[in-house]
Design a protein around this ligand. Sequence first.
Ligand code: JHZ
Ligand code: ZN
Length: 401
Amino acid sequence: MRCRNCGSDASLVFADLRSQPLSNSYLRPEDLDKPEITYPLRPVICPDCRLVQLPDLVSPEAIFREYAYFSGQSNQWIRHCGRYADEMLDRHDIRKVLEIASNDGTLLAEFQDRHVQVLGVEPARNVAWQAQTFTGVPTIPEFFGMELAWRLADYHPDLIVANNVLAHVPDFDDFLGGCRRLMGDGTVATFEVPHLARQIQDDDFSQIYMEHRSYFGFITVQRILSDRGLRVFDVEEIDTHGGSLRLHVCRFESPVHQTQASVPQLSRWEQENAFWDPDALAQFAERPPEIKRATLRALGEVDGPIALYGAPAKGNTFLNYCGIGAEMIAFAVDSTPAKQGTYLPGSRIPVLAPDALNAHQPQTIFVTASNWEAEITAKIAEECPWNPTVICRPWRAKCRA
Ligand code: JHZ
Ligand code: ZN
């Protein structure tokens, strides 16, 4: 394919997870006797800018207009948002915030609580409706780009937030051009993106799915931004979604924000640890088959029914690649009302409310949202007095609740 960022021919395979249905396309009962469209999950590496990427086989409309992910389902995420708001208000003079991909308004509500004016942009109509109606966050139910930026030209945000959205963007020029259009010399934007190096270090291929068009190393994402007039002036490594980068960004020429030592330090670390070497990145392709074999061995040793706690998109990639379905997993539970009563795409494992655990009392619970392992394991210890075995990252050792 042609690299989404620099146009080079990108054909070095990063992983081959076979063909899978969209990972956030949970099935309703009436969908069970219909075919599922699958897409080849075979991200490739650009030899020049090292962007790991999937082709644009699915339109954003098809993925995002009705969405099953509501960020407020995790207490840890809500705490993360509160800490972020405090950090940014301590660091900058912020009176107005714009969040792109604001989901159910969980993060913007934290700024509202701190008497900051907020505006969200969220293309998933069902999620935007929840933000507007229940969270009370003004939300524009549209995709962000240059056209919307021009319409928002009079908003003048002091802070633009774009968490876990850059990976979904098909056109960096349009999206980042829109961000730059809304920024003045003092404006700060923060982008949180899963860090490719952490995914490789943690053997984590579960975040590879069609919605995630791009997978970022730091040097790569820094250059994607600078090629579009934006400068990373600071970078933090944070624990969300299995290990992410929080990029602090300003207009390239801004005299206000000086570039911190964290930026060259992380670039140097990636170069010194072979995360800037396309051939080294391509070695990751060997890991999914090994992880699949180890996982099936671990789950094959389990006596009795297994339940899942959490029905994340990343779990669907993992289950479908490993060929794990309803013959091995009795059911999944998830706190997201929109997911309850559905079936996981591909594996067709039924998704129930968490109280189903007590009704069935499975002796083994598998957590596929390894990024929420601590929070979910604590909930299991609290909600499941029969002390089930909790399996997380089954290709490693099992762990108990
Ligand atoms: P979670 C999302 O992916 C969607 P997913 C998105 N595509 C993205 O980019 C990545 O995040 C970064 C449930 N749960 O957060 C809630 C409980 O039931 O790992 C969720 O359905 N009880 C925007 O879907 C799922 O687990 C709990 O106590 O992989 C977790 O999904 C907790 C903590 C979670 O994101
Ligand atoms: Zn490239």
